[in-house]
Design a protein around this ligand. Structure first.
Ligand code: NAD
Length: 353
């Protein structure tokens, strides 16, 4: 008897989750997808409009064990990818509790559901930011780096990571894996994040706000490359972690994902302005920095490259220009978001946390 593989994807109405669902339907011709999202601030149901009749949408909170367990029992997923998280550093400063619920408790509830109603594989999607701020110009984070988060967003993600690591080691047969990814750019990102904020401001005759000196350095990767990495980790044939993993986290099924492409925030702003044929000296304004802003992160993807053969395929310059074009062409998509959510972007000169 042939049965279709069932994927349960959380955070599916958000930026990366929606991109992943769209790619998954192409990569796996017979996959059925249960798309879960509680439609929080960054959730946008229309990101999945008309994608396919192989997708069922379920509005649910991943931090609610009874609800999630009922969804697992109903759909019996083969594969689970947990993208759901509150993701905006600025918002986390104003409302840290919301972030603890989704990013820490939510991570545990998802792992617990995959224990109670076993699946073939489960990927917990995390971020480079759990490693904190990179101390020197030369070093890179790797899977061996200690978690050292310092912002409410990244600390909540790190708490989720820590509990997922505990599940990996306590229940090694469960096939729970994890990724830490660099900053993503691409279509369907909420216009409160740098790239779409810049495009949507410029197209409305407003300047691009850059925090502080804009010299915060970030590691940038196209969202499609991230989705491919997650998919590869989900399907990798991995042995359960050995006991030595207790003191050597690089032996756990954790994979750091990056294109090794480091760019300052002000350079991202300049490139977006230039891609729209405008003059950076006129269209960028420096505004007060947000409190406790990480200066730099960079992550070494050698493990996923050598062990799983993953490589990014999107070249940064072309990828960024393609992304800017997407927001230019999809103006009705972001205008509707701005109409319903109000103006996005934070002014830390005016807001007091
Ligand atoms: P996003 O904010 O665009 O999307 C997250 C989605 O999760 C939203 O639709 C939101 O409604 C949903 N969600 C949040 N809490 C939920 C809950 N309790 N129950 C159900 N749904 C919930 O964020 P994104 O940029 O797509 O990030 C997705 C994941 O990737 C996150 O785990 C994030 O930490 C991680 N990540 C993001 C980046 C990046 O550059 N954007 C980089 C590395 C890792």
């Amino acid at each position: 008897e042939l049965t279709m593989p069932v994927y349960l994807v959380t955070g599916a109405a958000g930026f990366i989750g929606a991109n992943y669902v769209r790619h998954l339907l192409e990569w796996e011709a017979d996959a059925e997808v249960v798309a879960v999202d509680y439609l929080g601030f960054a959730g946008n149901r229309s990101n999945l409009d008309g994608v396919s009749d192989r997708v069922v949408f379920e509005q649910a909170d991943i931090a609610d064990l009874d609800t999630m367990r009922a969804l697992y029992r109903r759909y019996r997923p083969d594969h689970v990818v947990n993208f759901a998280a509150e993701s905006h550093n600025d918002r986390a400063i104003l409302d840290p509790s919301l972030f603890m619920r989704s990013n820490a408790l939510g991570a545990q509830v998802m792992a617990e559901c995959s224990r109670l109603v076993p699946v073939r594989s489960h990927v917990h999607v995390s971020t480079i930011e759990v490693y904190g701020e990179l101390p020197s110009r030369s070093a890179c984070f790797t899977e061996r780096s200690p978690l050292n988060a310092k912002t409410p967003y990244s600390a909540a993600k790190a708490a989720g990571d820590q509990i997922v690591r505990a599940y990996m080691q306590t229940y090694p047969e469960l096939n729970i894996r994890m990724t830490h990814c660099a900053n993503n750019y691409g279509p369907f990102q909420m216009p409160e994040k740098l790239v779409p904020l810049a495009v949507t401001n410029l197209l409305r005759g407003r300047k691009v706000p850059v925090y502080g000196d804009g010299l915060q350095r970030r590691d940038w990767l196209h969202v499609t490359d991230h989705c491919a990495a997650v998919h590869r980790v989900l399907h990798a044939d991995l042995q359960p972690p050995p006991p030595e993993a207790a003191t050597a986290p690089e032996l756990l099924p954790i994979f750091d994902v990056s294109a090794r492409h480091e760019v300052t925030n002000v350079e991202i702003a300049r490139r977006v302005v230039t891609a729209l044929g405008m003059d950076p000296s006129e269209w960028i304004e420096h505004i007060p920095d947000r409190p406790n802003h990480d200066r730099r992160y960079l992550i070494d993807p050698s493990k996923i490259e050598t062990q799983l053969g993953w490589r990014p395929v999107h070249e940064f310059d072309a990828g960024l220009v393609g992304t800017v074009d997407w927001y230019v062409e999809q103006r009705p998509w972001w205008e509707r978001i701005l109409e319903t959510k109000g103006e996005l972007g934070f002014d830390w000169g005016a807001v007091r946390p």
